[in-house]
Design a protein around this ligand. Structure first.
Ligand SMILES: *[C@@H]1O[C@H](CO)[C@@H](O)[C@H](O)[C@H]1NC(C)=O
Ligand SMILES: *[C@@H]1O[C@H](CO)[C@@H](O)[C@H](O)[C@H]1NC(C)=O
Length: 336
């Protein structure tokens, strides 16, 4: 009761304090964090604006102060995975890997996302709207740095990240994108065209990906992907380079790592240095690159040469959203 009164009172007395311009509306509220800071994630259910309740898991870093804007990472699990599996594999709620960003681990309906051949059409389950509702909810309840919202996903979740980066309404809200073993399907594998519709936003659209050359689920070259043809990784990366202002067929700069077993390809487009980066991992299967064993080592073909998460975090740190925000026409807003 006393706590409640204090919260109400401080809300009245200090409405003008400590509002950073890039902070979300949640910086003005005295809303307590939805979960205990510093703990592994906990599941939250919320009422979406576009129909029904959906869930996600939330991790708040120990140092979170409700009035200091912090980055937010949306971390999308793979198909048939729980949000906590991706949390465990990425270690995104381990302070050794991430001590600054709030991490939301969204939960797909029936553990899958828009973009999978088996997923219902957008008219039934629209994970783009879910993501935008989730961002609205998190921005209203927590103090989020609006220039540092990021998305990272695995497999089907990585495909959704690609769709977010393509979406004219969502892409302007997300500063940079990362995916491992992303499931990016060609139209003929899907119930409706998705990945071919990629208007995106003004560049830069920073994009970082990892993919194993032996991926048994989402074939590196696309042809042997069992649920239908997926985009060859090379085409998709070149597409992102072009959307970032590089000419058609632009050369990447290649760095050989780990005795040539890992190739790091990066593109500098329109003076945006290394705005598109891809790690091609020789012999790696389907999963999150880590040096330690994981539960899905059957599909991953075991640990690999490096941990992806620190590379993802460095990439995100390098790419806050540029100011001013790209303008959106009313037309594109309505398209979502
Ligand atoms: C990057 O450049 C190298 C060398 O020209 C080329 O072999 C490779 O296919 C390119 N990678 C992609 C993803 O375009
Ligand atoms: C995280 O993954 C490791 C390796 O697969 C496993 O041993 C551990 O039990 C998992 N931890 C949680 C909390 O799921």
């Amino acid at each position: 009761m006393l706590l409640h009164d204090l919260i109400g009172l401080s809300g009245l007395l200090f409405p003008l304090l400590a509002v950073a311009t890039k902070g979300s509306t949640g910086c003005n509220s005295v809303h307590p964090p939805l979960v205990i800071p510093g703990e592994p994630s906990q599941a939250i259910r919320f009422l979406t604006a576009h129909g029904g309740k959906r869930s996600f898991n939330l991790h708040i870093p120990a140092a979170y102060q409700a009035k200091e804007p912090v980055p937010l990472i949306l971390a999308f699990h793979g198909k048939n995975q729980a949000p906590t599996t991706f949390e465990n594999e990425t270690q995104l709620s381990n302070p050794a890997f991430n001590d600054e960003a709030i991490v939301a681990f969204p939960q797909g309906v029936k553990e899958q996302w828009t973009g999978d051949p088996a997923a219902p059409p957008l008219s039934q389950v629209n994970d783009l709207l879910y993501t935008s509702d989730l961002l609205d909810y998190l921005q209203a309840t927590h103090c989020i740095d609006l220039d540092r919202i990021y998305a990272y996903g695995f497999s089907n979740g990585g495909g959704l990240v690609d769709l977010l980066a393509c979406n004219a309404n969502l892409a302007p809200r997300i500063a940079a994108f990362a995916a491992t073993s992303a499931a990016v399907y060609q139209d003929k594998a899907l119930k409706e065209p998705l990945f071919s519709l990629c208007p995106s936003r003004e560049s830069p659209v920073p994009f970082l990906t990892f993919h194993g050359t032996s991926d048994p689920v989402i074939d590196y070259d696309g042809y042997r992907t069992s649920d239908g043809p997926s985009w060859p990784v090379q085409n998709r990366m070149q597409g992102w380079a072009e959307r970032n202002g590089c000419p058609n067929g632009a050369e990447n700069s290649t760095i050989q790592l780990f005795g040539g077993k890992v190739q790091k390809y990066s593109w500098t487009c329109d003076d945006f240095e290394d705005v598109v980066v891809h790690y091609r991992i020789e012999g790696f299967g389907h999963g999150v690159p880590t040096t330690t064993p994981l539960d899905n080592d059957g599909q991953r073909y075991g640990p690999t040469f490096f941990n992806a998460t620190p590379i993802v975090m460095d990439f995100f740190r390098a790419w806050p959203l540029p100011e001013p925000l790209p303008e959106l026409s009313q037309d594109t807003r309505d398209e979502l």
